[in-house]
Design a protein around this ligand. Structure first.
Ligand code: HGY
Ligand code: MN
Ligand code: MN
Length: 406
């Protein structure tokens, strides 16, 4: 019998060290954690296959149908110093649901567990790479040239993992190959816990726009250059960071958020006034007009602040995705399942991105959220209780049973 909580504990031991869980895509830790999932899939007797992105598929055959499985799954790669539940809950829950369905005599339709590779953008700055490949949104020629922070080529990294870059095109699936896809995930925000609710049923997933902001000042001697006669790129960056917060706060009622997650200062030493800075902006929302207003305001502020300080300012668009609606029929099904399980639930947007955004391009897709402590995520203190996980599994199982019996 799969012990979900023990499995989560075992997965947490595969981390590169430091606080929390650090298990970047295609790392040694990721390979080891992935082997645990393969072991569990083997023990369940699933038909296992993987593609050249490293996506892993474990299928329980159906009694009445050969094709069009119900897909369930998530990811096991993490952000640096992340938590032990983001992604992992959805994968261990999928294993448990398949085991329970087997024990109940199986289902008419096949059920396929999918472990997506590289959901986090932490290593190669592109989010949901594995599921983007599956739904045909990958730009493989671009990706093969991408480098991680150590300067390692994506092509080399997947080769080292035993995957064949020449076969990347074979990772693409067509609409209709699955009957539906469901993902169980922690909310990664505070709404459910604050409202005392057990289940979130996702209505839409925010689209993320990733932008790099470059500010050009003038490096100068930190001791000999009088105040008021400097073109300090880091002080200008500080102004831009506050303006980004301001612009997003003004759109708060639409759920739009903006974050500067990284600042690179050059030359980055104590005795030189920063000559240049690079800021990484993550702008998200489910209301396209609000996101666009926020982006326009930020661009205006960058120009205003930089001109006012004699700095140069320019932006580079890294990636941009629209919000993705979940399937109405699946939302209804999940609501019925939560009701039947007598659980308190709400239908709500997801500010975080997920593999479900990509699967929604191929098949009717839905997401089940469970609360996490104080909404903390992407943080060593990320936590959700065994009871919350069990409630999520009950809803997932009920929904898969319904979908796999039709
Ligand atoms: O960035 C995200 O929303 C997710 O954690 N990949
Ligand atoms: Mn995440
Ligand atoms: Mn996730």
């Amino acid at each position: 019998m799969i012990d979900v909580h023990k499995l989560l504990e075992e997965l947490s031991t595969y981390s590169s060290g430091g606080p929390g869980t650090t298990r970047l895509a295609y790392s040694e830790e990721w390979r080891n954690a992935r082997r645990v999932i393969i072991r569990e899939m083997e023990q369940l007797g699933l038909a296992i296959r993987e593609d050249s992105m490293g996506n892993l598929f474990g299928r329980m055959e159906g009694k009445g149908f050969v094709n069009h499985p119900i897909g369930i799954g998530s990811h096991i790669d993490t952000v640096p110093q992340g938590g032990n539940y983001d992604g992992m809950v959805g994968v261990v829950a999928a294993l448990s649901v398949v085991e329970q369905l087997q024990a109940a005599g199986g289902t008419q339709r096949p059920v396929e567990i999918i472990l997506f590779a590289a959901e986090e953008s932490s290593r190669f700055s592109v989010a949901t790479m594995g599921s983007k490949a599956v739904c045909g949104q990958a730009n493989f020629s671009e990706w093969l040239k991408m480098k991680d922070k150590e300067g390692k080529l994506f092509e080399k990294v997947i080769q080292e993992n035993g995957f064949d870059p020449a076969k990347l095109a074979e990772t693409v699936h067509q609409p209709g190959e699955w009957t539906a896809f469901l993902e169980l995930h922690i909310e990664q925000g505070p709404m459910l816990e604050r409202a005392g609710e057990n289940i979130g049923i996702v209505s839409a997933i925010a689209g993320a726009t990733r932008i790099k902001i470059f500010i050009e000042g003038r490096a100068d001697h930190s001791g000999a250059t009088p105040m008021g006669e400097r073109t300090d790129a880091l002080v200008a960056a500080a102004g831009v960071i506050l303006a980004v917060e301001e612009a997003a706060l003004a759109e708060r009622r639409y759920g739009t958020v903006a974050t500067i997650g990284n600042v690179i200062v050059s030359p980055g030493v104590t005795n030189v006034i920063p000559g240049a800075t690079e800021l990484w902006l993550d702008l998200r929302g489910t209301n396209k007009e609000s996101v666009s207003r926020t982006f326009q305001q930020i661009k205006k502020d960058i120009d205003g602040i930089c001109n006012g300080r004699g700095c140069g300012g320019k932006i580079e668009m890294i990636s941009s995705a629209d919000p993705v609606e979940m399937n109405e029929g699946i939302i209804e099904l999940l609501s019925e399942c939560a009701d039947e399980e007598k659980l308190k639930y709400r239908v709500m947007p997801s500010g975080a991105g997920h593999d479900a955004m990509c699967m929604a391009q191929l098949t009717p897709t839905g997401m089940i959220f469970i609360p996490c402590k104080e909404g903390i995520s992407h943080n060593p203190d990320e936590y959700t209780s065994p009871e919350e996980i069990d409630r999520g599994i009950r809803v997932l199982k009920r929904a898969v049973e319904r979908l796999a019996s039709q």
